[in-house]
Design a protein around this ligand. Structure first.
Ligand code: SF4
Length: 542
């Protein structure tokens, strides 16, 4: 990298490596300096899996194991009121969550069957589809991890850098390469990044996690606004189809939407630009406080002009072309649910499992149905949904019937089943304050029976704590777990959105809806919207 720095250092020592601020300023930075997180794999294989949970060193258990997709689960029976008062080890169960990365959301039939088998044999049948195109298994014992890796890796799956301060799963359009209205297929860039840079020690000690999204869909179907770097399909008037570059999005407790750099990136340029943006994050990112260590804080301090200048002069060595802004998506729905024509005359079938919750046996049955329908390709979406690709016209109806018999709604999916997401919550997450998945499932059932004819797009996202894994600030109705009078309750955010209604919702301060009143509250808000909305008006525009 060039020695001349265009950007000034932050006002105080933020641990910016570019300015030789290498001293570890907190415990996380210290353990990352002591040993690369990727190196924990050898200890898991050679020591921990043989000697058991008690043999795991604390800095591996609560730190480096994340570099291989492993988090300890929450010990059962500890209520949300104790989350903030207990020491981390008091919340640790001896079982792990294991996150399987599915870059671009892509899974083959063979990969699906292997995940199903692992879930059944080692994960007590658990399998949750996340809103970042991962699959999370629970109840994993450290003793079983090497065998699980062997099976996953034999079919090209990986848990490497699925968690930790690393480049996480690369999001891609679930209908990349098949959609009839696609601007450009970003799949080659997704593959290039994964094959060349995941597990690369140059990028395995970032200030915090780094999220990537690449989609050439006009529907903006990868939540690009809330990623650290995003490439959004656009047509340049002279250069043709390519991507618009966004940086610095992220939610959690300081939500910020990404900003455009005004730069046009060709498909072939994506890997270099990606390496440049990750390099800026590694070198200039703030490492002093975990709460300020995401790229969004650097982007907010620098602004888009300076960020682009540093990217081009210090990292790329060439100037990117200016490019146009992507047009708004054509509709307010981006979830792929239902039966849709592909460009090649076949169909893709979007499926709505309830809040992403599925199971090992269900995955096996899904694989059987896909095989019978002649499909070898499944995609996960950023709405905790599934898409079966490459279904011939005469195979669509039998597939849809089979899926719906299995409880996986396609044509029968209500707007509430399509639009509701929930994070992991207190069942397994050590940071959770309240329950989420079961409560969201109950809520969907209540809303379906109370509002059977309501069919407008609406997103309802439930989170178990302020961390926003299920994107509360960008939902029509965002529900953040918070105790209400010592009992489970939710703080409400209204009117957020992505795509056509991109923006952060408004927090209704002072309001905590007790858990048992949630169906009544959502019903009231939804009815009022339905009565007052004008033709075509979306919830976030209301
Ligand atoms: Fe856990 Fe909070 Fe994330 Fe939910 S939002 S999965 S409770 S950290």
């Amino acid at each position: 990298m060039a020695q001349t720095r265009i950007a000034p250092p932050a006002a105080r020592n933020e641990g910016q490596w570019a300015f030789d601020q290498r001293e570890a300023l907190n415990g996380n930075e210290q353990f990352k300096q002591d040993d690369d997180g990727l190196n924990v794999r050898a200890r898991i294989e050679e020591v921990y899996s043989k000697e058991g949970f008690a043999s795991i060193a604390p800095e591996d258990l609560r730190g480096r194991m994340r570099w291989w997709g492993l988090y300890t689960q929450r010990k059962p029976g500890i209520d949300g009121g104790k989350t903030a008062t207990l020491e981390p080890h008091e919340l640790d169960d001896e079982y792990f969550m294991l996150r399987v990365r599915c870059d671009g959301g892509a899974l083959s039939l063979q990969q699906l069957r292997v995940i199903a088998d692992v879930s059944r044999e080692f994960g007590r049948d658990t399998a949750d589809i996340t809103d970042r195109q991962n699959i999370q298994l629970h109840w994993i014992r450290v003793e079983d991890v090497p065998e699980i890796w062997r099976r996953l890796e034999a079919v090209g799956l990986s848990t490497q850098e699925a968690c930790g301060d690393t480049p996480r799963v690369v999001l891609g359009s679930p209908v990349a390469g098949v959609a009839a209205d696609e601007i450009i297929d970003g799949t080659p860039a997704v593959r290039h990044i994964v094959e060349n840079f995941i597990g690369d020690p140059r990028f395995s000690n970032l200030p915090r996690k780094f999220k990537t999204a690449i989609s050439g869909s006009p529907h903006h179907d990868v939540a690009h606004e809330i990623n650290d770097v995003a490439f959004v399909g656009v047509v340049h008037p002279e250069l043709g189809p390519g991507f618009d570059l966004w940086v610095g999005g992220g939610l959690s407790t300081n939500p910020k939407l990404g900003v455009r750099l005004g730069a046009f990136v060709t498909l072939e340029q994506i890997p270099d630009v990606w390496v440049g943006v990750v390099g800026i994050f590694r070198d200039y990112g703030y490492r002093r406080l975990r709460t300020r260590a995401r790229l969004k804080f650097l982007v907010a301090d620098w602004g888009p002009e300076l960020f682009r200048q540093v990217l081009e002069t210090e990292y790329l060595g060439f100037a990117l072309s200016d490019g146009p802004e992507p047009p708004p998506p054509p509709t307010g729905r981006r979830d792929h649910v239902g039966v849709h024509p592909q460009a090649d005359g076949q169909f893709y079938v979007g499926v709505a499992p309830t809040v992403g919750r599925i199971s090992g046996p269900m995955l096996t049955e899904l694989a059987d149905l896909m095989e019978a329908a002649g499909s070898d390709r499944l995609r996960l979406t950023v709405e905790q949904k599934l898409v079966v690709l490459d279904v011939a016209a005469d195979a669509v109806d039998p597939l849809v019937e089979g899926l719906e018999d299995l409880g996986l709604a396609v044509r029968a999916a209500s707007t509430f089943r399509r639009g509701t997401m929930a994070c992991t919550g207190i069942e397994f997450c050590k940071l959770a304050i309240v329950e989420t998945k079961a409560r969201a499932t109950h809520l969907i059932g209540e809303l379906e029976s109370r509002l059977p004819t309501f069919d407008q797009p609406i997103t309802i996202n439930l989170n178990g704590c302020p961390n926003s894994c299920a994107r509360i600030q960008t939902a029509d109705i965002g529900l953040k777990g918070a105790l209400a009078g010592g009992e489970d309750g939710y703080q409400v955010h209204l009117g957020g959105g992505l795509g056509l209604t991109s923006g952060l919702g408004k927090t209704l301060r002072g309001l905590r809806v007790p858990a048992e009143e949630l169906p009544d509250y959502i019903e009231r808000v939804t009815r009022r919207f339905d009565e007052q909305r004008t033709e075509g008006e979306l919830f976030a525009q209301w």
